[in-house]
Design a protein around this ligand. Structure first.
Ligand SMILES: *[C@@H]1O[C@H](CO)[C@@H](O)[C@H](O)[C@H]1NC(C)=O
Ligand SMILES: *[C@@H]1O[C@H](CO)[C@@H](O)[C@H](O)[C@H]1NC(C)=O
Ligand SMILES: [Mn+2]
Length: 376
């Protein structure tokens, strides 16, 4: 009884003493304009984890706004292509664009000074924005790809913010790899034929007649394993294109390779890196594409599944994230007119794949900002 009484007295004393303000240290954070009125809590700024998720916390611009609506100008646009109904294995890449944005949340422009170069790609000459996603139906691929064609046309058809470089360039967040076709079509209208540097474990130049049993219908022939064949047939790509990181099996032992050459490609296989190293790979890629305008397409399955498990057609024996990033950075000086990263779903709780994809996008941005490209 006596003990309980004592506790009540102590509790009472504690409550009396508790009526005091808690003093926080000054608020700071990722403030663009640190407006902080004395005595007020600042809610105009905050952390990287608030609000709607854009790539690297970049400003969102409604690039697909209708005719007559005013749209902020930009030089480089991030555009999502949530589409995965062109795959021959695991679907789910429709969640890729949001996955990559999620993986990019800790990239904050103000704090993104590159440790290797000392530069900040977000504070250079180019205005970089996130346009959100192209609206793509998941019920009819033919319609979806037309929607994506149209979206690329609109987003790349607006005036650049810089008057020196009138055509904005796009980095597409896939989406399955079929989505690259729309980007190549749009780029052709601005820059002509491009050399493609295609980072992937698969060739993706398969003849629609042979892939997955083949030739079921015209509709079935347009998919994530045939888009480069189609791009070649449409005259969009140069015969100085190149694959990097190839290791997946072929459908036909000689036919695939012959067709691949016919489509304009040379092959850098995954294990070549053990022989020639990162620099050797870089030299080979640069030599192949020369001075031509370049489109860089990165299928996240170029990485080993240890580094990017969240992909539809995983192939073991691939490159590490560090190797890929070093190779991309080594492509400095190429005239990159467009790029994409196609990724991922089925990620683990550590978000291994989307973190890698987000970083790949940043390396692609660096290449684009380093080397501006005027019209052809
Ligand atoms: C966009 O263009 C305007 C007008 O030329 C310029 O003042 C501004 O710095 C540009 N924005 C960026 C982010 O480069
Ligand atoms: C590409 O095609 C041109 C013209 O047909 C030809 O001269 C050139 O040798 C070809 N290059 C490669 C790398 O195949
Ligand atoms: Mn691919």
């Amino acid at each position: 009884m006596g003990v309980l009484y004592l506790i009540l007295i102590l509790l009472h004393l504690h409550l009396l003493g508790a009526a005091r303000d808690i003093t926080f240290p000054p608020v700071s954070g990722y403030a663009q304009q640190p407006v902080f009125d004395q005595g007020e809590i600042d809610v105009s700024t905050g952390s990287a984890f608030l609000g709607l998720t854009t790539y690297a916390n970049l400003p969102y611009v409604h690039c697909l706004a209708g005719k007559g609506e005013e749209v902020e100008k930009y030089d480089i646009a991030i555009l999502g292509a949530p589409f995965d109904t062109g795959v021959t294995a695991r679907p789910g890449a429709r969640f890729g664009p949001r996955g990559i944005r999620q993986g990019s949340q800790r990239i904050v422009p103000e704090d993104a000074w590159n440790i290797y170069t000392g530069d900040n790609v977000f504070f250079d000459w180019a205005k970089i924005v996130d346009c959100g996603d192209a609206p793509l139906t998941f019920l009819d691929n033919t319609v979806a790809l037309k929607q994506l064609d149209a979206s690329h046309k609109i987003v790349s058809g607006r005036p650049g913010n810089s008057s020196d470089y009138p055509t904005p360039r796009i980095i597409t967040l896939g989406g399955d790899h079929t989505t690259t076709l729309s980007a190549l079509r749009s780029i052709y209208t601005h820059f002509g034929e491009v050399s493609v540097i295609h980072f992937d474990s698969h060739l993706d130049t398969w003849d629609p007649k042979v892939l997955a049993g083949g030739g079921i219908s015209h509709y079935a022939g347009v998919n994530h394993g045939t888009f480069l064949h189609i791009a070649h047939e449409e005259g969009l790509i140069r015969n100085t294109s190149v694959h990097a990181g190839i290791r997946a099996p072929m459908v036909r032992p000689r036919g695939d390779l012959k067709n691949d050459v016919r489509c304009g490609f040379d092959i850098v296989k995954a294990r070549e890196i053990d022989r020639v190293g990162v620099n050797g790979i870089i030299q080979k890629l640069k030599k192949r594409v020369g001075e031509s305008p370049v489109y860089i397409s990165v299928d996240i399955d170029v990485l080993d599944p240890a580094f990017a498990p969240a992909t539809g057609t995983a192939e073991v024996g691939g490159w590490s994230t560090r190797e890929l990033l070093s190779i991309l950075d080594g492509l400095s000086g190429l005239r990159v007119v467009g790029a994409d990263v196609v990724a991922p779903v089925y990620d683990n709780v550590g978000e291994t794949t989307v973190l890698a994809a987000a970083e790949v996008v940043q390396s692609l941005l660096v290449l684009m900002v380093e080397t501006p490209v005027a019209k052809r």
